[in-house]
Design a protein around this ligand. Structure first.
Ligand code: GRF
Length: 190
């Protein structure tokens, strides 16, 4: 079956946009069935709506438990016929109850060369450590924080003239290419 994507976001959605654009231009054979956000104010909403993709908000504060919150997301993804879940700036750790509904079918992108700098503020962490190379990683999601099997990485050099801002821009640009590249590979396999 072709890639039927459910994309989970919390914020800006620039990775979502890269995937939307790749599909629209015909370089990625996939369909985004639904975008789900845990933040009603995410700019990703604008991006999804402009592309005519259903955008649904589930805010954790409106649920009695994380389990009920995740169950609602799972049922929306299943109803939409999603076969790959793509985390694109989704700021939550998923539990094993969620992950067993989509075994080895949940992807994440992280703005460092894992296993270096997992967790929050990865670009800032790399900058503070004055590393010479950093980058981004696409991996399968497990119960850990940025720990699942790595599917692909892209290297970004930190050059003398870089600032934290210019480095962030370079990493985000690399992310957009890498996510599309990995999805293209999965689209061929599936
Ligand atoms: C990206 O840097 C991604 O690696 C991290 O969160 C950021 C999301 O950016 N997980 P965007 O919302 O896709 O613009």
């Amino acid at each position: 079956m072709s890639l039927q994507l459910g994309i989970l976001v919390s914020g800006n959605g620039s990775n979502l946009q890269a995937i939307i654009d790749a599909i629209a231009s015909g370089v990625l054979n996939a369909k985004i069935k639904v975008v789900i956000s845990d933040n009603a104010k995410a700019f990703a909403k604008e991006r999804a709506e402009k592309a005519g993709i259903p955008f649904i908000v589930f805010e954790k504060k409106n649920f009695e438990s994380k389990s009920l919150f995740e169950k609602s997301i799972v049922s929306e993804l299943k109803n939409a016929g999603v076969n790959w879940v793509v985390l694109a700036g989704f700021m939550r750790i998923l539990t094993s109850d969620f992950l067993k509904e989509f075994p080895n079918q949940v992807l994440n992108i992280h703005p460092s060369l894992l296993p270096s700098f997992p967790g929050l503020h990865a670009i800032e962490q790399a900058w503070k450590h004055k590393v010479k190379v950093t980058g981004c990683t696409v991996h399968l999601v497990d119960e850990g924080c940025d720990t699942g099997p790595i599917l692909g990485q892209s290297v970004v050099e930190i050059e003398d003239q870089d600032t934290l801002e210019s480095l962030s821009e370079k990493i985000h640009a690399a992310e957009h290419k890498l996510y599309v590249k990995i999805l293209q590979k999965l689209a061929v396999v599936k």
